[in-house]
Design a protein. Structure first.
Ligand code: PEP
Length: 255
């Protein structure tokens, strides 16, 4: 395995935070802090209504703005949903799919995650696909089986060519927003297991080229150790992506 072959991506997940005005102020604050840090791609995934303001503030910088979800149909009677076509017309290139909060609170299943992944890829977007085990599964020793199953189901029907636009975020659910972090060894081991599944499905070349992030209470203090691991190619960051200096420290750790 060769980590140097993969692009490191540091992505913030703002969740349900930041109004358009707050996002503008935040991007204006963080923009100079991450400028010229070419060792990683920098992305913030924003609530739908905040995307345009964040994009405007990020113009001319190395920051890309993504969405936090996307529906799998192009249009129709799906009140409250937003399609990939709507996002791409707004210039959105990245989208988080399958976040554990969507799975936990909004009934997302591997089947709907897979449909969303395929719709986003068909529209030309880059997907940040989230998966990971809950606490009981880790304690039962079935983490490998869980992430393997999720990887296979969520990527069913996705081609090797399309995998160039798939980033996987390994997010142990017990570590998200809890202040608990997987140890660097746990993160590396499970990201490595996901990479093995990718090798099974797509072959070594695709597996080696796929960016696999870690997410789950990554912050300014623990990022360097996590990002140093062979199989950890970046981070999906919730809480710490709302504080410019903390996010800057994570970006610095990725250089
Ligand atoms: C996330 O929202 O994907 C996440 C990892 O959150 P936090 O960093 O707050 O745990």
């Amino acid at each position: 395995m060769n980590k140097a072959k993969r692009r490191v991506v540091i992505a913030g997940n703002w969740k349900m935070n930041f109004t358009p005005a707050e996002a503008t102020a935040f991007i204006n604050e963080v923009k100079p802090l991450v400028a010229g840090k070419s060792g990683c791609d920098v992305v913030f995934c924003a609530p739908y209504v905040t995307i345009a303001a964040a994009q405007k503030a990020a113009e001319g910088s190395n920051i890309s703005i993504g969405a936090e979800n996307v529906h799998f149909e192009d249009h129709g009677a799906f009140t409250g949903e937003v399609s990939a076509k709507m996002l791409t017309e707004c210039g959105v290139k990245y989208v988080i799919i399958g976040h554990s909060e969507r799975r936990q609170y909004f009934g997302e299943t591997d089947t709907t995650v897979n449909l969303r992944v395929k719709a986003a890829l068909a529209a030309g977007m880059t997907v940040i696909l989230c998966l990971g085990e809950v606490k009981e599964q880790r304690l039962s020793g079935i983490t490998r089986e869980i992430v393997s199953m999720q990887t296979k189901l969520d990527l069913a029907g996705v081609s090797a060519e399309e995998m160039k636009r798939v980033i996987i975020a390994y997010e142990p659910v017990w570590a998200i927003g809890t202040g608990l972090t997987a140890t660097p060894e746990q993160a590396d081991e499970t990201c490595g297991q996901i990479r093995e599944v990718l090798a099974e499905i797509y072959g070594e070349e695709v597996a080696e080229a796929t960016t696999i992030q870690y997410g789950g209470s990554m912050n300014d203090k623990n990022a360097a150790e996590l990002l140093a691991k062979e199989n950890v190619d970046g981070g999906l960051i919730g809480g710490a992506s709302l504080v410019a200096t903390k996010f800057e420290a994570i970006v610095n750790a990725a250089q």
